[in-house]
Write a protein that binds this ligand. Sequence first.
Ligand SMILES: Nc1nc2c(ncn2[C@@H]2O[C@@H]3COP(=O)(O)O[C@H]4[C@@H](O)[C@H](n5cnc6c(=O)[nH]c(N)nc65)O[C@@H]4COP(=O)(O)O[C@H]3[C@H]2O)c(=O)[nH]1
Length: 795
Amino acid sequence: MERLFTFLLSEQHLRSHVTVVLQAFLFAALAIFFLSRNKWSIPLRIVLFALLVSIADLTIFFDTFWSTYPNLLWNFPQPTTEITGLLTFCFAVGAAYFYLNVRRSIKTAIMSGALLSFGMAFSAFDILVATVSPATLAYDLSAVLIVLVIGATLCAFAFWELGSALAARPRLVASILLAFALALLPLGSMGSILPFDQWLTVIQTPDSALFSPLSVLCLSGGLAMVFLLCVASLLDIRVATSQQREGDRMRHLADGTFEGILISRDDVVMDANLSILEMTGLELNDIKLLRVPDLFSGGFGAQKDMASVLTGRIGAPEQLELLGPGGRRIPVEVLSREVPYVDGQATVVAIRDVTERKAAEDYIRYLAMHDTLTALPNRRGLESVLGQVIEHALQHGTMAAVLGLDLDGFKAVNDSLGHHAGDKLLKEVAVRFQAQLRDTDYIARLGGDEFVIVLRSVADIDDAIHLAKRLIACLWQPFALGGHDVYVGVSIGVALCPRDGDNTQMVLKNADIAMYQAKIKGKGQVYEFQAGMETAVQERHDLELDLRAALGRSELRIYYQPLFDVSGVITGFEALARWPHPTRGMIPPDRFIPLAEETGLIVPLGEWVLKTACGVAAGWQSDVSIAVNLSPTQFRRVDLVNTVMKTLEETGLQPSRLELEVTETLLMEDVPKALALVRDLRALGVRVALDDFGTGYSSLAYLHNFPFDKVKVDRSFINKITNDPNAWTIVESIIVMSHKLKLRVTAEGIETGAQLSLLAEHGCDEMQGFLLGRPMPESQASSLIESLKNLHSVS
Ligand SMILES: Nc1nc2c(ncn2[C@@H]2O[C@@H]3COP(=O)(O)O[C@H]4[C@@H](O)[C@H](n5cnc6c(=O)[nH]c(N)nc65)O[C@@H]4COP(=O)(O)O[C@H]3[C@H]2O)c(=O)[nH]1
């Protein structure tokens, strides 16, 4: 040891040290650079590294030798120099091979370091031994071993650092460490021998081969290496145990999460938690053999997303599909991050199963696009599909049809049987409509009783009209709702695109206009959209607004039409609403009563007529009756008995003077309720007449079952009785049968004397018609009562 320090500190010039260090740094930096060039082939990297190290070793050795013994006349011993140079090269090859090909561990690093340092130290000794031979080289064994161990340690650290994924500047540190080893080994080896001038004097006799310095060096070097490897193995075991512990700790942590966790390096799965094993149905050992991309399906444009997952550089979660058991695709959200793991960097991939969330999202999307009652698409769904259909028609020059459907009589069902029955009806209607459609047709419910059907491709309007007729016919059969047979119809409007519009709004609007037209023209019909139709619909809309305003301003009037008995005595008046419109003139009830019924305005209108007519009649100085029409809508929506009772109280009219006219439509909707109503009204003392008999079903059963006071034969029969024997036969039968049932009979619409005589002859009880008196204002009705009273009192 002492010898070594003497050599290094006092026998060497500073200049020599500087030269050695500079050479060592230069060669070390180059050797490390070549060794770490990942893009080059491994054999090339090994050869270049070994070449540079062996050249550096010999260069530094000879340089030091000559600077230590400048006056010594000495030649390279040959071929020893070449052979040892080759040996150093081989050891360096071995060291680099271990470093590059054997799994990274402390043992591998020490093995590489020991091989490299032994090769460099051996070459120095071998050349010196060859130089002094046949005399024996005198050396300090402890110094030799220290040089060897320090050199091996420096080289081992250099390899360790270079292979560390976590090191900040692995190449620089490795270069510095190798440079120190390159400087130390030739210098230290030389410093471990006695001064040159003492060599020949110290030991004159040649060594036996067994105890030659080289044998001792090999043996002690070997022992030092074994020692170092044992220490390294122990360290490796400790490191492996701690890595195992760290791995286990991470897995326990990962197993505790609900998310799937994968740890990967270079795309290959290193570890996985329980959740991901459950999701994929794989065993831990099996998943560890796989590459991360193998776990995902190729869909979702996964290539790009997968690349960002694997680099661990994800800003926001990627949406991918994990392959589950049996190839099932599980929608997942994937996040990844680079983390230090065990002995280097790794990518942690967190995989969250979003099946439930996706299902919830899908359901929300479904709800947004569908009607929950009928499960048909709603307006939003329709608009998105219709948009595509129109676009396709425009692009390909084809034609599509849009059918706007509105049920006739649905409100009546809803009002009379309740919303529950209304809902059931809508569902059944939807099923019947769907049964008429082809797979390519599309049906949506827009709300209420409005449906829309889209025919993606039609040859001409007839295709749509044929379907519309089938749709109308499919509702002819009654619907069984809560023990009732319920009838509804449908009015249909058809618009073609692009003919009637090249955008969703316009086509839907025009189908709607055509549908309104069908409604106005008598319901249960199909109408094709035609230019100008919107004016009619607009007019109807305006009329509705005007009617609402007229009611608010009490602009409506009541006209009174007299009814007479066969002897010409006035028996009563029928109250008939009139609308003197400020600009359109007098609007007849046939135009505004159906509108009022559709819009619900009939309720306030009917109440107003009842109250006004009763008030007027109460003021007459006579006991003539007053007849008021009741609409089916009033029957459904209003507590009629109560309303009538209150009106009688308020106006002071005697109940027996009030006659309420109901139609068959009202009775048909809900027979038990209608029966109860008629009974309750009669219990008040009010009379009830069946109006327009002969027009609807003219069910004789109604006459029998309902406690009516009178039947009014419709004017459409009366005006034919004198020239149509069949019409007269029917009227005559009604009169006979009604009398048998103890019902009075009124004939309305008498316009000729012949009609009057025929009816009077056959016992008709009451007459009404233009022949006897037209509907007149209140003042005229009062005068008529007065004049007829005077006439009768005179006669
Ligand atoms: N061509 C002809 N017609 C005759 C003759 N005699 C009477 N009329 C008409 O026949 C209708 C009789 O009333 P309705 O059958 O109840 O039929 C009424 C009734 O159903 C309804 N209506 C009128 N006012 C009211 C009302 O206040 N409430 C309700 N719910 N409906 C009303 O409007 C319908 C039509 O009423 P109006 O136009 O006033 O028509 C009245 C009357 O003017 C005749 O000899 N020849």
